[in-house]
Design a protein around this ligand. Sequence first.
Ligand code: PLP
Length: 439
Amino acid sequence: PSSRTADGELALELDRAHVFHSWSAQATLAPLAVAGGLGCEVWDFDGTTYLDFSSQLVNVNIGHRHPAVVAAIQEQADVLPTVAPANADLARGLAARAIVGHAPGGMSKVFFTNGGADANENALRMARLHTGRDKVLSTYRSYHGNTGAAIVATGDWRRIPNEYARGHVHFFGPYPYRSEFWSTSAEQETERALHHLERVIQAEGPGSIAAILLETVVGTAGVLVPPPGYLPGVREIADRYGIVLVLDEVMAGFGRAGSWFAFDRFDVRPDLITFAKGVNSGYVPVGGVILSDEIAATFDERVFPGGLTYSGHPLAMASIVAALAAMESEGIVANAARIGAEVLGPGLRDLAERHPMIGEVRGLGVFWALELVADRATREPVPAAVMGQLKSELMARRLLPFLAENRIHVVPPCVVTDDEVGRALAVYDEALSVVEAGL
Ligand code: PLP
């Protein structure tokens, strides 16, 4: 074997011997050893190239190894590779200014964290301290991160073994394809979901509720695009009861939805915004909270009881400045919007015409889901074994997929080209045909 092949074998051997993986039974793992990447592609140690339609964990928005971001990290490492958060750091100021430049007016400060979970953790703390209230409302179909309050705010199965934080209440958000409200139209779904939310607030005691925490577009739990009027309606309800609205833009923000923030497309204004992933495409771990001036002012004279050694880490800050500058100058967010509207969305809908297994296509920008069903009439999800087969067929055709429950999330980097989308659509088409033929 070549030395590259030997490195690949060593990577897998060391991984299996010494690395404990997330969300997994350790004995069942079969990871891919990734050796490198560029743009929308990654390759293994044997040089087999894969089209990355997962963006890893839906975070590599700018694509793999963008030269300007790599250079900015290298240059910063040469100047000041680390500094305590209490100091003023130029890269941090520039990063914060670049971020708030894309936020609505009246939001001028950023608190930096290590990732998305602790961004939500700190946003909830700010909302609780600002309102003097305790409870946090979030939806059953959500993922907000794997720390104390963030995992309990999460709705999916991962919350249940981890319920150690208090004061969390869940409700159902809109999901027209599998409505909890017997709705037959998006309009009805909006109206009934808002009624349900308001009833939950009234029953919990409006004076006890600090925050409503929502993913603008629900990500891991299904790429659920909110129906028209839902988010503005939540804003109105939050205002009526003096509740802070936190929009979690960790997955949906910074280009994924074809806009700088996903909420730009839904006529709603949050009080706190949490972000991570796409802000620097994960080249260095980072996240943060953007605060409304009103909430920031709560802590003008009063101590904010929170901090992290790596809050505003210079390597992360330099990577944010470079990533946002490149996204602007190269029109990367506009590309995500165009691809979604003109190439990827129509291409996926075309697949649905030909594959009865596709029950629904939904999404925007480079943020799409194919919801797969055993029967279009009953909408019964396909079994896990079918998802396993699909994964093998997609990987065999050199496409890295993102699969969740009975769905394929189609989430390439925002820099994806028409040609790459064309190649991916052909792969999904073939893989679906092979699996459908075997049923
Ligand atoms: N919020 C959302 C919407 C996410 O998708 C994620 C991660 O997938 C998180 C929060 C948590 O971010 P992190 O894994 O960086 O802590």
